[in-house]
Design a protein around this ligand. Structure first.
Ligand code: FAD
Ligand code: FES
Length: 301
């Protein structure tokens, strides 16, 4: 449906175009958008007529509207500070609590139809206390990121329904966990690693923080203070130093006492996520054990 509308000159906001990010969420006012568009949605959303335009193949004539206030929680920018060159931490306080699982992402709405997806960097308890935290790479001219960099505390935004399947599932507490994130892709992985430990995960946990050059390693070379003491191995991979995150992930997998039991979480740019997934697969992991979120840029605003 998204592609069909684009062919008719109607550009809807979208990012992943794979049913993962929920940027293209619409609500059917009449007609049936078909089952494909509802797959992966929370049952309550699907039952309220919501569907994902990038996946939908309507089976009847359809009248649809953009996601309304029933699924967008009003919120305010509470605090923002620089974590490193061009990476901003933004805390957003929703008017009412937003339920999510550590590692999920949410759409951020700034008005005028400008919607972008950001992964939540903290855990639900912290988010209830401090607001939801996002790590945002600021792109020159970025309609959302540059705007956020200048948004004064108190600025109103909207938060969509948290989505994504990249989160910790208890059940195999001794399994090695490999988490690899390039750029701000490390943000949701911090929350997943902390959540695993809090849930009693006792297997080895390794976090790989990838960047193109040392200055872009915004969380640094060593385990951040919040994770120190949780027994989490931290490895920085800087491309300009010849350190490749996909190769590093494969090395870490091979070094595990039980590689076949390992589970992986990958976040960040499409290229690095794809290469790391391939390297882990070739290293013996099944695709079912690899959870990935690609930070695809938005296609339209
Ligand atoms: C599932 C998911 C999770 C995401 N989580 C995060 C997150 O936690 N933190 C975060 O910073 N971003 C995240 N993103 C990306 C985010 O949604 C926006 O795409 C990004 O912030 C740029 O939006 P913008 O409005 O600032 O830039 P835009 O106005 O959309 O683009 C401005 C210019 O910036 C450049 N640009 C934009 N995005 C990229 C990119 N990804 N790579 C290279 N150049 C780019 C392009 O040159 C573009 O012309 C996520 C995306 C997805 C799909
Ligand atoms: S879910 Fe449709 S663009 Fe991401």
């Amino acid at each position: 449906m998204l592609a069909g509308l684009a062919r008719q000159g109607v550009e809807l906001p979208s990012a992943c175009q794979a049913g993962a990010c929920h940027t293209c969420l619409l609500r059917a006012e009449s007609g049936d958008p078909g089952e494909d568009g509802r797959r992966g949605l929370k049952p309550t959303l699907a039952a309220s007529g919501y569907f994902l335009a990038c996946q939908a193949r309507p089976v009847t004539d359809l009248r649809a509207a953009v996601a309304g206030p029933d699924v967008i929680t009003p919120a305010r920018v509470e605090r923002r500070w620089w974590l490193g060159p061009r990476v901003l931490a933004v805390r957003v306080r929703p008017r009412q609590p937003v339920e999510f699982r550590p590692g999920q992402h949410v759409t951020l709405h700034r008005g005028n139809g400008i919607i972008r997806v950001y992964s939540i960097a903290n855990r639900p308890g912290q988010a209830r206390r401090d607001g939801l935290e996002f790590h945002v790479r600021v792109y020159p001219g970025g309609q959302m990121s540059e705007w956020l960099a200048g948004a004064a505390p108190g600025t109103g935004v909207g938060l969509g329904v948290p989505a994504g399947h990249c989160f910790y599932l208890p059940g195999q507490p001794a399994a090695p966990l490999l988490l690899a994130g390039t750029g701000t892709g490390i943000a949701p992985l911090l929350a997943i690693a902390a959540d695993a430990r809090a849930a009693g995960h006792r297997g080895p946990v390794t976090l790989l923080h990838g960047a193109a050059e040392p200055a872009r390693l915004y969380l640094g070379e060593h385990t951040p203070p919040g994770l120190a003491g949780a027994g989490i191995r931290w490895r920085a991979c800087v491309q300009s130093r010849g350190e490749d995150i996909a190769e590093a992930a494969a090395d870490e997998l091979a070094a595990q006492p039980d590689p076949a039991a390992a589970r992986a979480y990958l976040c960040g740019g499409r290229g690095s996520v794809t290469r790391t997934k391939r390297a882990l697969f070739l290293g013996g992991m099944s695709l079912a054990s690899i959870n990935a979120d690609e930070f695809a840029p938005a296609a339209a605003s």
